[in-house]
Ligand binder design. Structure first.
Ligand code: ATP
Ligand code: MG
Length: 290
């Protein structure tokens, strides 16, 4: 799929807001979608009142960069990063509107988060058995596909087995998603490792074009969809320092906040350090300066 289609940037048709998530807003513009990443930050599922400057632009540019790195593995939904309404310039992507597949395609190379909790209670994740004795942050013997349902707003995604996904969308399509997810993860993890970053896990979303082609959509390998850890600090057996929101999470808990809305205002120094972490992960992964 072409990444930069140059078209006039002024349009007569106004865009229509379809959906406002915690972090992103989705607009329709004719047949296309405009995915806009804001500077909002959420911790423990609560959006904080203080924005992190440049966060939306970092997430957008990082996704665009990854889509290009992965283009030989899977086509993507990007139409243009420049042909977007002026007020969203730099943090929006015009993309093909796809029929989204109802599976959150998660790949894990390390144990953390919900994968860790599931392993601790069942010894397996999404029906994939894992060896005994793993701890928080352990590297898995090989990357695994641990899909979940895509729950409606307010409900939690649940782990499903590959067989359940096959039952839902058909064997060939389910197997294709697994294969693509693991290939994207492996490429991403290998590239990141060269730059000192562990990709512990990542969540992908795929859609289909009317002719049935499977296309990588949404965002890809960003700090909002993945767990990135500095390789030189990786140490199984404890919570890893993560490259995105760790400072805000730690600060918010230390402030005595009870994890319910509304969240606290974040002080300037924590905002500045968090912005720097996002920019750093962008610079390290892409090898370019912000
Ligand atoms: P939150 O991120 O707050 O948990 P969310 O995932 O619903 O909520 P966003 O990620 O902001 O919110 O919304 C992006 C939405 O757009 C998702 O529902 C995603 O599946 C959908 N989407 C992404 N790319 C495409 C595409 N090319 N075609 C159709 N839908 C898409
Ligand atoms: Mg989302």
């Amino acid at each position: 799929m072409t990444l930069l289609t140059l078209r006039p940037t002024t349009r007569l048709s106004p865009v229509e807001l379809l959906h406002s998530g915690k972090v992103r807003d989705v607009y329709a513009d004719g047949d296309d979608l405009i995915l806009v990443a804001s500077d909002r930050i959420s911790v423990y599922d609560v959006v904080l009142p203080t924005p992190i400057p440049d966060k939306g632009a970092v997430l957008t540019r990082l996704s665009l960069w990854w889509f290009e790195q992965l283009a030989d593995i899977v086509p993507n939904h990007v139409i243009s990063a420049t042909d977007v309404p002026a007020q969203f310039a730099g943090r929006a992507i015009r993309c093909r509107r796809l029929e989204m597949l109802p599976v959150e395609c998660i790949a894990r190379g390390y144990l953390a988060g919900l994968g860790l909790a599931e392993y601790n209670s069942r010894g397996e994740v999404s029906g994939v058995p894992l060896p005994a004795g793993l701890v928080e942050g352990s590297r898995l013997p090989e990357p695994v596909f641990t899909p979940t349902t895509k729950a409606p707003v307010g409900e939690h995604d649940e782990f499903v087995t590959l067989d359940e996904v096959r039952g839902q969308i058909g064997k060939d399509l389910a197997d294709e998603l697994r294969e693509l997810t693991l290939r994207v993860y492996s490429r991403g993890a290998a590239l990141a490792a060269e730059r000192g970053i562990v990709v512990a896990d990542t969540k992908l979303e795929f859609g289909r074009t009317p002719d049935g082609t499977v296309v990588l959509a949404d965002e890809v390998l960003t700090p909002d969809s993945s767990r990135f850890w500095p390789l030189d600090q990786w140490e199984p057996g404890r919570t890893q320092f993560s490259f995105d929101k760790q400072l805000v999470r730690d600060w918010s808990l230390a402030s005595g906040w009870d994890k319910t809305a509304p969240g606290p205002e974040v002080p300037d120094d924590v905002v500045a350090l968090t912005r720097a972490r996002y920019v750093e992960v962008y610079e390290r992964l892409t090898g370019t300066s912000w």
